[in-house]
Ligand binder design. Structure first.
Ligand SMILES: Nc1ncnc2c1ncn2[C@@H]1O[C@H](COP(=O)(O)OP(=O)(O)O)[C@@H](O)[C@H]1O
Ligand SMILES: [Mg+2]
Length: 264
């Protein structure tokens, strides 16, 4: 049985849900924590490509859902990263599974693997029903008002008390022409406690051109993801340390609303 289950979702598409799920899984795996990364984005999988396994997929999560194949047989080791296994998502879309089906799939995955951590990239329709069964739920949002509103509109099980927001693509340099919410304003808008802040990395889109599955160092995402992975397994790790130093760090902290960060 899987040790810890983490759901990653988002209210709005394109805000980095799959990227965060993959980078968080990578952070766990690099710390030596055996990790299963599952793609439950029905009809719109992304993690197989991100992990460099698109050409190797034989079975996917739909085959597991239909009980056509054992979950272990449907999964693939991520060749470039030790300790990381992928359960690919399905390209076939016939609507998201119903509540009972989604819960059955979740239990099958949890019982079918023995990794320390299972991270599932789930659509918002599915997180509604699964949130109460997971150890942690991360709602990914960028700092746009549209995404933060969509995050606030997410429906979780009334019994779920483990839902937090991951602010993704936080601008490191505040452009004078654009107005961004502070972290405090962002989490107020999203209506959820803060799990982590990941920064906007202009180099990330170029990763499309590097060999898939090679994860080049992206400290603006990797450092906060590593710290988040530590916090998720009960350790202490700060939100920002090691990332931005000196005057720039002070400036960034001030901009973000310092007190809230230290309390988070
Ligand atoms: N922190 C970031 N900095 C820069 N680009 C990012 C960041 N997070 C995600 N992206 C980019 O945003 C796009 C959408 O990301 P994706 O994870 O596919 O979103 P979603 O799963 O929410 O639809 C991708 O091109 C990805 O590279
Ligand atoms: Mg996605």
């Amino acid at each position: 049985m899987v040790g810890k289950t983490i759901l990653v979702t988002s209210g709005k598409g394109g805000v980095g849900c799959s990227t965060v799920a993959a980078r968080l899984a990578l952070a766990f795996a690099r710390r030596g924590v055996t990790t299963l990364l599952g793609d439950l984005s029905w009809g719109n999988p992304a993690l197989d490509v991100l992990c460099g396994l698109a050409e190797r997929v034989v079975y996917d999560v739909r085959d597991v859902l239909c009980a056509r194949v054992d979950p272990r047989r449907a999964s693939l080791p991520v060749i470039t990263v030790q300790n990381l296994t992928l359960l690919p998502g399905t390209t076939v879309f016939e609507g998201v599974p119903g509540d009972a089906e989604a819960i059955r799939l979740f239990e099958t995955l949890r019982g079918g693997f023995d990794q320390d951590v299972m991270i599932l990239d789930v659509p918002k329709e599915t997180v509604t029903v699964l949130s109460e069964f997971a150890d942690a739920v991360l709602a990914v949002s960028d700092v746009s008002a549209a995404s933060l509103r969509a995050t606030a509109a997410l429906r979780f099980s009334p019994r779920a008390s483990n839902v937090r927001v991951v602010l993704n693509r936080y601008p490191t340099d505040r452009e004078k022409t654009k107005i961004y919410p502070t972290v405090r304003e962002a989490i107020d808008l999203a209506g959820l406690p803060l799990a982590a802040i990941l920064f906007d990395d202009p180099r990330l889109p170029q990763d499309d051109e590097t060999a898939p599955g090679e994860f080049p160092e992206r400290p603006l995402l990797d450092a906060p993801c590593k710290n988040l992975s530590v916090r998720l397994t009960g350790g202490h790790a700060p939100l920002l340390t090691g990332l931005i130093r000196g005057r720039k760090r002070r400036k960034t902290l001030t901009q973000m609303g310092r007190r809230r960060l230290e309390n988070a």
